[in-house]
Design a protein around this ligand. Structure first.
Ligand code: ZN
Length: 317
C-alpha cells in the first residue's frame, strides 16, 4: 500500500524517518545507486553478490524439495501486453501496471516531436503503447506456457524474472523494478493449497536461518478502486494470500513482506485453458521470493559491511 494518502501521524513520521535512515545508509555504502527516480536503483558489487547468493540459496532449496520435477524457466522484463488482460491484472491493478510505449510515427511527426522537445515540451505523448507490457509478477508469463492438459500430477515451475510495479516510494524496501523467484504449482485445488502452505513455512525457515526476524500473516493485495475493495474482502475472507514478513524497521512498525504465498483458485486455469488430468480447470498457487527485499533485509539486520555479518549467515549464502 502506498503511504501518500495516509495522514501524517507521529508514527508515520517516525516510519518515514526510518525509511530515510536505511536508504541513506545503503546509498552511503554503495549498495544502492540513486537514479533520481524513487524505487529505481543501481546495485553495487556487494549488493549484487548478496542478491545472487539469495537467488542461488532459493534455487538450491527448490531443487532439494522438488528435484527434477520443477521446470526451471526465466523470462525477460517484458511480456505480451495481452497477458495483463488475461490475468485481469489491468482490471485489478491499473495503478501498478505499465506498458512499453514506442515510436511509430513518420518523419513529419518526428519533426513535430523534436520541435516540441526543443521548446521544452514533454515528448512522451508522441510514443504509443505497444503490444508489450512490463512483467508485474514473475509467474505471469508462465501460465500461457501451460495451456492444455497437465500431466497427472500437475506441474511445478521454478521461475525467475524482473518485475515492475508503478509505486514510487522513498522506502528503499519498496522498489518499482525488482526481481522475483517463484515456485509455482499448477494442478488440483488440494495440491495448490498444500504447495502454498508448505512453501510459506519453508520460506519462513530459510529467512529465519539467515538471522532475520520473521513472521507470517494473512494479507491482501492493493486492489484498485471501489470494485477492488470487494476483491480485497474476498481475498481476505478466503485466506488466499499469506506474507512472510521481516521486521526491518523495529518492533514499533509492521514487518515488511519479503516473500508471499498466493492461491489463485482456478483463475489462471480458466483464463489460460489449463486443465487438470480430470479435465477440470487447474488450480494454481505460487510462492514468490523478493530477491532485492531479502538482500536489503539482510543488510538492515546484519550491517552494511558484509564481512562483519555472522559467520553462520555468510556460510549459508
Ligand atoms: Zn506468482
Amino acid at each position: 500500500m502506498t503511504m501518500t494518502a495516509v495522514p501524517r501521524s507521529a508514527d508515520l513520521n517516525a516510519l518515514l524517518d526510518e525509511h530515510a535512515r536505511l536508504r541513506a545508509e545503503l546509498l552511503d555504502a554503495g549498495h544502492l545507486i540513486d537514479t533520481g527516480v524513487e524505487g529505481v536503483y543501481g546495485h553495487g558489487a556487494d549488493f549484487s553478490a548478496v542478491c545472487r547468493a539469495v537467488d542461488a540459496l532459493v534455487g538450491r532449496v527448490i531443487h532439494e524439495v522438488h528435484g527434477g520435477a520443477a521446470t526451471v524457466l526465466a523470462f525477460p522484463p517484458v511480456m505480451p501486453r495481452e497477458i495483463l488482460d488475461r490475468t485481469d491484472y489491468i482490471a485489478s491493478f491499473p495503478h501498478l501496471s505499465a506498458t512499453v510505449a514506442t515510436y511509430e510515427g513518420g518523419d513529419a511527426e518526428h519533426r513535430l516531436m523534436l520541435a516540441g522537445r526543443d521548446a521544452g515540451h514533454d515528448w512522451g505523448g508522441h510514443l504509443r503503447s505497444s503490444d508489450l507490457a512490463l512483467v508485474p509478477s514473475a509467474c505471469h508469463p508462465v501460465y500461457p506456457t501451460l495451456s492444455g492438459a497437465l500431466p497427472r500430477d500437475g506441474a511445478w515451475v521454478d521461475v525467475s524474472g524482473h518485475c515492475f510495479r508503478h509505486e514510487p516510494s522513498s522506502d528503499p524496501m519498496r522498489m518499482q523494478s525488482f526481481r522475483m523467484r517463484e515456485i509455482v504449482r499448477v494442478g488440483t485445488d488440494r495440491a495448490a493449497i498444500a504447495h502454498r502452505d508448505s512453501w510459506v513455512a519453508r520460506a519462513a525457515g530459510i529467512l529465519g536461518d539467515l538471522g532475520l526476524r520473521v513472521s507470517q500473516a494473512p494479507a491482501v493485495d492493493p486492489f484498485f478502486g471501489r470494485s477492488g475493495r470487494m476483491l480485497a474482502a474476498n481475498q481476505s475472507a478466503d485466506g488466499l494470500k499469506t506474507e512472510v514478513l521481516v521486521n526491518v524497521y523495529g518492533e514499533r512498525f509492521p514487518g515488511v513482506a519479503v516473500a508471499s504465498g498466493n492461491y489463485h483458485r482456478d483463475h489462471f486455469g480458466m483464463q489460460f485453458d489449463i486443465t487438470s488430468a480430470d479435465g477440470s480447470p487447474a488450480h494454481s498457487a505460487c510462492l514468490g521470493f523478493g530477491i532485492e527485499r531479502i538482500a536489503l533485509a539482510l543488510f538492515a539486520a546484519h550491517g552494511m559491511d558484509r564481512a562483519s555479518w555472522p559467520g553462520a549467515v555468510n556460510a549459508r549464502l
